[in-house]
Design a protein around this ligand. Structure first.
Ligand code: HPA
Length: 283
């Protein structure tokens, strides 16, 4: 593991400890477009702006706040990352390296990644929620390029944890939420795809497409975190509808579906094993 990254993660960790952040969390959740409101569901919350955490990325994408918040949800202490840095912002696939590495330093809680995505499948319609069962890193980028530690040869055969997937299915059943399941294909963005690219994605086995998450999954697996992913389907992908994909539509539909996702996440979190952090132990 590169010394620079390790040192950066240690500094970020120290900043959280100084701010009085709890040490253990039952899970961490990266909040994608439109889901930032989940922080309002937390009790006993403590937060820090990314700007106040050394080496944390600043994201300039509308719909992404840039704040790390620890709080209680359904009797569990959870760590919410309100906003992420995307590859397309600067061309840096490692943009989320310190935030994900920090989770490893905080005891490696399970990580749930959320995002907005466009559907390539007629069966998965806008407004629905879909669990990511596997992914295709179509951008060709990898956040571990340049990493020298032998652990860079990360096994991705089961990148999305079956145990967490089962808990998400259980939470969906308990809340009466329809939860689709499929393969997420990562395009770099920030331009949306062409209809020809979407036909290619269909042939290659994608069920939905988006511009995030995959580098975070690779980093999380590198650091040994268990991972789950949920996409909010905000639109039919290019060429599959008379409405062309747009950022405004993405934010609008993601916000509409966020009530369903918030209920699902609350139920999911309640099913997780308790952690020492539930009693408020500090970092
Ligand atoms: N393509 C890529 N990313 C997206 C889309 C899409 O259609 N919708 C939301 N994020």
């Amino acid at each position: 593991m590169s010394r620079d990254h390790e040192a950066a993660i240690a500094e970020a960790h120290a900043a959280l400890a100084r701010a009085g952040f709890p040490r253990e969390h039952a899970c961490a959740i990266v909040l994608g477009t439109g889901l930032g409101g989940l922080v309002d569901d937390l009790e006993d919350a403590i937060g820090l702006d990314y700007a106040a955490i050394p080496h944390f990325p600043q994201s300039a994408v509308s719909g992404h706040a840039g704040r790390l918040v620890s709080g209680m949800l359904a009797g569990r202490r959870v760590l919410l990352m309100q906003g992420r840095k995307h590859y397309y912002e600067t061309g840096d696939a490692q943009a989320m390296r310190v935030p994900i590495g920090l989770l490893a330093a905080l005891g490696a809680p399970p990580l749930l990644l959320t995002n907005a995505a466009g559907s390539t499948s007629a069966e998965i319609t806008p407004g629905s929620l879909a669990m990511i069962s596997d992914h295709i890193a179509f951008s060709g980028m990898n956040p571990l390029i340049g990493e020298s530690d032998e652990r860079r040869f990360v096994t991705m055969s089961q990148a999305y944890d079956p145990g967490l997937a089962a808990l998400l299915e259980q939470a969906a059943g308990e809340t009466g939420t329809a939860l689709e399941r499929g393969v997420y294909m990562w395009f770099s963005g920030p331009s949306f795809e062409t209809p020809a690219e979407i036909r290619m994605a269909q042939v290659m086995g994608a069920d939905f497409v988006g511009m995030s998450t995959v580098p975070e999954v690779i980093l999380a697996r590198f650091y040994g975190l268990r991972v789950a992913g949920i996409s909010t389907i905000t639109n039919m992908a290019a060429g599959l509808s008379t409405i062309a994909p747009s950022h405004d539509e993405t934010k609008r539909v993601a916000a509409q579906a966020s009530a369903d996702l918030r209920a699902l996440l609350r139920a999911f979190v309640g099913l997780l094993p308790a952690s020492p952090g539930d009693a408020g132990e500090r970092a």
